[in-house]
Write a protein that binds this ligand. Structure first.
Ligand code: IMP
Length: 197
């Protein structure tokens, strides 16, 4: 089975390929000849994930899925959420985003937060969405360097390491994207009719 993952984030591509194993060939955007920024103009994870997947399917005619993810902090009523990538400004720098978040939480005891992702699958006959959540806490400083984004300040519940101290294999056992990806894969496996070429 060949299916495109509509993302320009190579970290995400690696993560999803490793979760999917060898039962699916996950094509990158480059593999299908797409070398452009995908539109992401909605104000929800559901909306952005749908917009990206539909855009690629319509323009390139390839069955695909897209994700949109964000960090939702309890004490900030779910912020930065859909604005996670550019929380500290249009430069979209992970360090700036983390510094601002740590500053905004400086005197806050409630450190609860979650990563949430929505994956949208688009095929010629249907659109289907899958959600994945991992709960955790925001640390008081950055620890570790693996992966991307807010990994150094997010410690999943039940762990004493941040996501940036985990190997990809460890992160993939618990991450929001892994949870949503497993739902996508089991959906594809259960389909009676083959929907993919
Ligand atoms: P995106 O729009 O799905 O690319 O995600 C928006 C932002 O959320 C990213 O730029 C990261 O800052 C953050 N993010 C999403 N997933 C993760 C993750 O697995 N680890 C750390 N940060 C993440």
């Amino acid at each position: 089975m060949r299916i495109c993952f509509a993302t320009n984030n190579l970290h995400k591509l690696d993560e999803i390929r490793s979760v999917a194993g060898d039962q699916f060939t996950i094509l990158s955007l480059a593999d299908i000849g797409c070398f452009e920024e995908l539109p992401e103009e909605q104000n929800t994870l559901l909306g952005n994930s749908l917009q990206k997947a539909k855009y690629v399917f319509k323009k390139f005619g390839v069955i695909c899925f897209a994700d949109d993810s964000g960090l939702e902090v309890d004490a900030l009523n779910g912020a930065p959420g859909v604005d996670s990538a550019h929380y500290a400004g249009p430069q979209r720098k992970a360090d700036d985003n983390m510094d601002l978040l740590l500053k905004n939480l400086i005197n806050i005891e409630n450190r609860g937060a979650q990563f949430r992702t929505i994956i949208t699958l688009v095929t010629p006959t249907m659109i289907k969405q899958f959600e994945g959540i991992v709960r955790g806490v925001i640390t008081r400083e950055k620890i570790g360097s693996a992966g991307f984004g807010y990994n150094p300040i997010f410690m999943p519940d039940g762990f004493s390491q941040t996501m940036a101290e985990m190997t990809m294999t460890e992160k993939n056992q618990i991450s929001h994207r892994a949870v949503a990806t497993h739902k996508l894969i089991s959906f594809l496996q259960k389909k009676d009719e083959p929907i993919l070429s």
